[in-house]
Design a protein around this ligand. Structure first.
Ligand SMILES: [Zn+2]
Ligand SMILES: [Zn+2]
Ligand SMILES: [Zn+2]
Length: 272
């Protein structure tokens, strides 16, 4: 399974274009892996997680053909994750020589925004699917299960477990410490890779709510080991970093590399 990270920042981007804090200024000066756009990832070029407001730019930057996307798994409708109106660019008359619909999956709020923006075009180019937590479904040759996140108490935010060609991936953000039902589902799943939220830097909270921090990620790693959630050689990748973490890419590497955890950056491609 090929995992391509398109964006690795929290909602405001890193640097935040409006911000003059030391960390945004340092990120601008250093450039490279310190420049992060809003979060999204794509697997095997055909399954995309979320559609951030930076998706168009990310396709140009990494030379990705979005016409290949067959399935879009949306975690929640915060503005950094789902920009439904931009998907109109795939409709008939605007995008040519496409031969399959793009399936869009998500919660009620995702369906509401999707139908409001492009509902009138449903048919040859789009198909919409309302998901229920923990109800597994098939997308092409993959099996997908939406799991519950702890992120926004006014929205049923999802994480996704994806099994494809014998490999298992957890797309685990946005979320704080997972709800009990999600931990119970993950037990003994022996995932090959887990992508986790590390919005915050050091907060001192081992089980942070809404988003994870450094300590919560390390605590989650211990929980993964205790309950065989990850394979022995399984990878943990952290993403969705905020400038308010007060940490640059090199510092995230210094913190996480000794624990065998990989800090993502825009454009990173991993194979599991
Ligand atoms: Zn987010
Ligand atoms: Zn800043
Ligand atoms: Zn969010």
């Amino acid at each position: 399974m090929k995992i391509h990270f398109l964006g690795t920042a929290a909602a405001e981007g890193f640097p935040n274009a409006f911000c003059r804090c030391d960390y945004c200024n340092k990120a601008r000066a250093l450039g490279g892996k310190n420049i992060r756009t809003r979060s999204s990832a794509i697997i095997d070029d055909v399954i995309k997680f979320d559609y951030s407001p930076d998706s168009y730019m990310q396709a140009l930057r990494d030379n990705i053909d979005y016409s290949l996307i067959e399935h879009m798994l949306v975690t929640h409708t915060h503005s950094d994750h789902f920009n439904a109106s931009d998907l109109e660019c795939r409709r008939e008359g605007i995008a040519h020589n496409l031969h399959h619909p793009m399936h869009i999956y998500g919660n009620d709020a995702v369906m509401y925004h999707t139908r409001k923006s492009i509902g009138r075009f449903e048919g040859a180019r789009y198909a919409f699917h309302l998901l229920r937590p923990f109800e597994t479904f098939e997308v092409g040759d993959a099996r997908v299960t939406p799991l519950l996140a702890d992120h926004d108490r006014m929205e049923t935010c999802y994480l996704y477990a994806v099994e494809k060609n014998g490999k298992r991936l957890l797309y685990g953000h946005d979320s704080g410490w997972f709800p009990d039902a999600t931990w119970a589902w993950l037990k003994d799943k022996n995932m090959d890779c887990a992508i986790l939220d590390c919005t915050h830097g050091f907060t001192g909270k081992a089980r942070d709510r809404n988003h994870m921090c450094v300590e919560t990620v390390l605590e989650a790693q211990r929980e993964f080991r205790k309950h065989n959630i990850l394979q022995q050689d399984g990878k943990i990748v952290v993403t969705h970093f905020s400038h308010n973490s007060k940490l640059l890419h090199g510092e995230f590497e210094e913190i996480f590399n000794p624990a065998g955890i990989i800090p993502a950056y825009d454009g990173l491609i991993l194979y599991i």
